[in-house]
Ligand binder design. Structure first.
Ligand SMILES: [Zn+2]
Length: 355
């Protein structure tokens, strides 16, 4: 049942309408960030199509087909042959391919074409998920085109990607695109407490650390997140409250230390949410709207001294830095520059006003 999956109400409505009217397109493309449930939704579509005892046109979740479709049997890590083929669920009509290495292979697409042309063995429809569809290269995309153009009436192809811009136009144009939104912290929290029986306090913290991704909320490391917030809160304090440049440069240095190398971008994310929170507080937004609501007492003194235009500038500067990271600049130099520019705004603001 779609209501068992967190978030993306609009996507649920769209898919449900298509399924209700029997007008589900044979080729779908699910796009949106990692970890927000695209694959779960795709499997739910497969369940809805094959459920033996549907309720209100939705999968019951309990009959044999429903249960078996939920079981995907990933091969052993080193079993190269198995990864090069369709990975079936426990249901003979529902399977998935994923890139064994950097690309989805021609053989995989040929197998999908062949299998899609069979009538369903057991259920009412055959459903094939193509995960990481951005890894189709020219050759494998070509091998997929024909079946994508006109899938047999009882077969459905669902392409899944977090990077739709990487897809060839020929692929994009043949799919109905369904866009998934990141989950809100509330949606994640509710799901964690209700479905995963995680206690409320932990769920709240995990929801905040997740940046819209249920995947990250479930796997994320709370200890790391807590220490990241502490470090970035220090930066914000040095910028706004104490105007302490030495502290700021120490933080920039720490951000570039080898042990935090992999966390660099996460830390930037955290810094950005803290800036936004302090900014919102300074505008009188209710504390329940904050991402870091539990840090209210630390954020309050920052908010009192924070100027809106400075906060807006900082967010732009962080965005700039993110873009520069893509072209692989020297992190150390750029982080120092970022923090000093941010501090520069403080200095400028503190200059006495000309009367
Ligand atoms: Zn069922």
């Amino acid at each position: 049942m779609f209501d068992q999956i967190a978030g993306n109400k609009r996507v649920k409505d769209v898919l449900k309408r298509m399924l209700d009217n029997g007008r589900l397109p044979g080729a779908l493309l699910f796009t949106g960030e990692e970890g927000i449930g695209k694959k779960l939704f795709a499997l739910e579509v497969a369940r809805t199509l094959n459920c033996r005892t549907p309720r209100n046109n939705e999968a019951c979740g309990e009959c044999g087909p429903c249960q078996r479709i939920s079981r995907l049997n990933y091969p052993q890590r080193d079993d190269a042959d198995e990864w090069n083929q369709i990975i079936w669920t426990d249901h003979p009509d529902v399977g998935l391919v994923i890139a064994p290495r950097r690309v989805l292979r021609v053989e995989q697409m040929r197998q999908i074409e062949k299998e899609a042309n069979f009538r369903p063995f057991e259920g009412k429809a055959r459903v094939f998920l193509i995960d990481e569809a951005d890894k189709l290269n020219d050759a494998s995309a070509n091998a997929l085109l024909k079946v994508l153009e006109e899938p047999p009436r009882t077969s459905y192809l669902i392409l899944i990607t977090a990077r739709p811009a990487m897809l060839l136009p020929t692929i994009l144009s043949r799919c109905q695109v369904i866009r998934f939104a990141p989950l809100t912290p509330d949606e994640i929290e509710t799901h964690l407490t209700r479905s995963k029986e995680i206690d409320k306090k932990t769920a709240r913290l995990r929801a905040r650390a997740a940046g819209g991704s249920m995947g990250r909320a479930l796997s994320g490391d709370l200890v790391t997140f807590t220490s990241q917030r502490k470090a970035m809160l220090k930066v914000l304090n040095a910028l706004v409250v104490s105007n302490n440049r030495a502290e700021l440069l120490r933080s920039a240095e720490q951000l570039n230390e080898a042990q935090y190398k992999d966390e660099f971008e996460e830390r930037l994310d955290v810094l950005e949410t803290l800036i936004r929170d302090a900014w919102m507080l300074s505008l009188g937004v209710k504390s329940s709207q904050l991402v870091n609501e539990d840090l209210l007492s630390e954020l309050q003194p920052i908010a009192e001294k924070l100027d809106s235009s400075r906060a807006a500038n900082w967010i732009l500067q962080i965005e700039d830095l993110r873009e520069q990271l893509i072209v692989n600049i020297n992190r150390k130099v750029t982080t120092d520059a970022l923090f000093l520019t941010m501090a520069g705004d403080v200095a400028a603001q503190k200059r006495p006003k000309v009367r």
